[in-house]
Design a protein around this ligand. Structure first.
Ligand SMILES: C[S@@+](CC[C@H](N)C(=O)[O-])C[C@H]1O[C@@H](n2cnc3c(N)ncnc32)[C@H](O)[C@@H]1O
Length: 292
């Protein structure tokens, strides 16, 4: 098992002076509750994207809940934004919101009468259209424990009067977030596919900014359907990018070794997990002129 570094074991120059980031300063823009989501890192991502005023394309190859792409779109931090995701249920949501009829999804959520029976009818339907798949994904993400939508997870316990499944169902908020994304979707592009393949296509593009947040650790296995990637290959590909990049991982010996192997510089930053455990995240980047 990988050992977690304590902040005192890191080399002095690599240690961030940053306090644990104040997440309250980051608007929630995503329709997803995303395990391992990067909302907490947004203040750092803003700095990274502001390192130059030139035109830029942001590429988020492991999009998940997409908070980085959405923030960049709303805050004008990039001119064009490409999101990539392999998971077909998550991809269905982005397909509908970005490439399809986002208002349909917004209204479907708003008008849905959430009862266990109605939810099960949606979730158990076998042949789903893309729209139905998108709605079913949002539903699962809101009513399954911890927002986890992989096969092993189950319905939230159905409390009195079905209140259990309603505890994370905020139809108006979700509708409003989706409608808001509709206003910036002309800057967004969504591709359902493989991060490696899509990154490869843009690897010589100097104006691209890659925000790379791959699935990692044992937790990844429980959280994501697609949790297995070749980390060595990802470091190798990242080290050949002509554009700017920011690659994020848990701070472990394995990841530090890979950074060293590919001669990539890194910094660490403290964060609190959803279970309030403080740990370090590692940020690997082509340069740290933007970091202070
Ligand atoms: C750590 S999560 C990203 C979380 C995201 N940064 C956020 O804030 O919501 C990693 C995501 O990568 C996706 N994924 C895994 N393998 C992939 C691949 N080969 N290509 C594209 N996406 C992949 C997973 O489905 C998961 O949604």
């Amino acid at each position: 098992m990988d050992v977690q570094f304590s902040i005192f074991e890191t080399k002095e120059k690599k240690v961030s002076s940053a306090k644990v980031v104040n997440v309250a300063s980051v608007p929630q823009r995503s329709p997803f509750r995303y395990p391992g989501g990067k909302t907490w890192l947004i203040p750092v991502v803003r700095k990274w994207l502001k390192q130059s005023n030139s035109k830029k394309k942001l590429i988020e190859p492991f999009a998940g809940g997409g908070i980085v792409s959405l923030t960049a779109a709303f805050e004008n931090l990039a001119n064009r934004i490409e999101m990539i995701e392999l998971d077909e249920e998550i991809a269905a949501v982005w397909e509908i919101i970005i490439n399809g009829d986002h208002e349909w999804l917004a209204n479907k959520i708003y008008s849905f009468d959430l009862t266990s029976q109605n939810a099960n009818t949606i979730l158990q339907k076998e042949e789903k259209t893309l729209q139905e798949k998108a709605f079913s994904t949002i539903l699962k993400n809101r009513i399954y424990h911890g927002g986890i939508i992989t096969k092993g997870s189950g319905l939230l316990k159905n409390g009195e009067n079905g209140k259990g499944i309603k505890s994370r169902w905020y139809p108006k908020t979700l509708r409003d977030r989706i409608i808001a994304i509709g206003y910036v979707k002309n800057k967004l592009e969504f591709v359902m596919g493989d991060a490696f393949k899509e990154m490869g296509k843009s690897k010589n593009d100097k104006e691209s900014y890659f925000f790379i947040d791959p699935p990692y650790t044992v937790a990844g296995k429980r959280l994501y359907t697609h949790f297995e990637i070749d980390h060595d290959k990802l470091f190798s590909l990242t080290s050949t990018l002509k554009g700017k990049f920011m690659l994020t991982y848990d701070d472990t010996r394995e990841i530090r070794n890979l950074a060293e192997k590919y001669d990539l510089d890194f910094r660490t930053i403290p964060m609190k997990t959803t279970h309030h455990i403080q740990k370090n995240e590692i940020i690997i980047s082509d340069n740290f002129d933007w970091w202070s």
